[in-house]
Design a protein around this ligand. Structure first.
Ligand code: URA
Length: 438
């Protein structure tokens, strides 16, 4: 038996908590015997004093164990997933799950909704009519087993301690703690029963972390804690100084993802990041001997249509149309107006304020400003130019998909001022910066 105020005091005084103290406190978070005020104070103490790696592992495992842990021992293949810290135009998950499944992995991907200026995989899949991201547990298991991948939403029984803890952190200015972010992300991922995990930690203007060092520190923390908790994990630091895809929104990104899988259109940065993350997953899951072999396998499932076929089967299995891939345009919602915003001057695109473009999508209704809001799947940005590309004055910068002219007018200036121009060609932006291993 412990006293919550003593645990908080010890952390506040920079002492190291025992595993038993952490387990006790986490139990108090989900059985509600510890008050909101105490949880907020605990979070603030951790925010300022930090945690050792052992404390972080104990916190992660205690939060993981607060709910159900999925068991996939009936499957004869590796269980593998990717998690991203969130980006703008980050379409990767939509293709990655099917690509890795087509190479022999099992991918039970539990995805989230948009957060702040970033988009959410779950919202993107909900732009497909009939797609049900909340199947019952038996169906979820059956689809992962039969198709190899199911991309679904978070259910309340996985790491429920994180749900209460995160809600309190959100209103006590304690989200931005690497220790707490690590435990929050990993408790949910480890509850999914993974053999291997690859983290995509974003870097740059549209990233969640404020600078490269902080992104790297988060990547290192997640890799150390996840491996310490027994799940083989690596992290890639990838770029968010531009919108990753050519589109940002929900239906617009779904369209781009299907075009990627079918080979109709593959943006170079999207391809590089998707292949790098998938390859890392195949190697971690021992489905490829090395990255080179992984790239060959992945290219093969893109070229022979297998990845697209897996995507199509998953959509059908989760309630979407069986011919979604063939008749995508007739199923995806279209915005009534697609207005082009033109370059006000000639020049190279020097930089893009990715975060501001993400916020413009939220403002259009493609994301939320309150958790209970519904998302408009049709609106968004498309055909976005990227840094390093040259435009003559009056050439299109991007298309804005809106409900009406007033909506366009409400975001136009912010979107325009997200782009800066230069007479000189800027240095090319790298898509993948580095790999962090344990
Ligand atoms: N995403 C999470 O799931 N948890 C955090 O703490 C931050 C981002």
């Amino acid at each position: 038996m412990y006293l919550p105020q003593e645990i908080i005091r010890r952390k506040r005084n920079n002492e190291i908590l025992t595993t038993e103290e952490i387990q006790w406190f986490v139990r108090g978070i989900y059985d509600e015997s510890v008050t909101e005020g105490q949880i907020g104070a605990f979070a603030m103490a951790v925010y300022f004093k930090g945690m050792t790696i052992d404390e972080r592992i104990a916190l992660t495992l205690a939060m993981r164990d607060s709910g159900r842990i999925l068991d996939w021992s009936d499957l004869n293949g590796p269980i593998v997933d990717k998690h991203s810290t969130g980006g703008v135009g980050d379409v990767v998950s939509l293709m990655l799950g099917p690509m890795v499944a087509a190479c022999g992995g099992y991918v039970p991907m539990i995805s989230g909704r948009g957060l702040g200026h970033t988009g959410g995989t779950l919202d993107k899949f909900e732009s497909i009519p009939g797609y049900d991201p909340f199947p019952n547990n038996d169906n979820f298991r059956r689809i992962v087993k039969d198709v190899g991948v199911a991309i679904i939403g978070q259910t309340g029984d996985l790491a429920p301690a994180d749900k209460r803890f995160y809600g309190i952190r959100d209103v006590t200015a304690t989200v931005e703690s690497i220790d707490l972010i690590t435990a929050s992300i990993l408790s949910k991922k480890l509850a999914a029963g993974l053999d291997a995990l690859v983290m995509d930690v974003k870097v740059g203007h549209g990233a969640f972390m404020p600078n490269y060092e902080a992104s790297k520190a988060l990547a290192q923390s997640i890799v150390n804690v996840a491996n310490g908790a027994g799940t083989k994990t690596t992290a890639l630091l990838t770029d968010m100084n531009q919108v990753l895809a050519r589109s940002a929104g929900n239906a617009v990104e779904m369209r781009e993802a299907v075009k990627y899988l079918s080979g109709e259109y593959r943006d170079a940065a999207v391809h590089e990041v998707t292949m790098a993350l998938c390859a890392e997953m195949l190697v971690s899951a021992k489905l490829a001997a090395n990255l080179e072999q992984a790239h060959e396998k992945l290219q093969a499932v893109l070229d022979n249509g297998k990845a697209l076929e897996v995507f199509s089967k998953m959509v059908g299995a989760l309630g979407g149309p069986n011919d979604f891939v063939e008749k995508m345009e007739s199923y995806l919602p279209q915005a009534p107006l697609k207005l082009t915003l033109n370059a006000p001057q000639a020049g190279y695109i020097a930089s893009v304020k990715t975060r501001d473009l993400g916020l413009a999508v939220v403002q259009l209704g493609g994301g939320r400003s309150r958790a209970d809001q519904k998302v408009d799947h049709a609106v968004g940005l498309d055909k976005i130019v990227k840094p390093g590309e040259y435009l003559e004055k009056g050439e299109p910068l991007l298309e804005i998909h809106v409900r009406d002219q007033a909506q366009y007018d409400s975001v136009k200036d912010a979107v325009l001022s997200s782009f800066s121009f230069s007479e000189q060609k800027p240095e090319a932006i790298k898509s993948v910066y580095e790999t962090v291993t344990g």
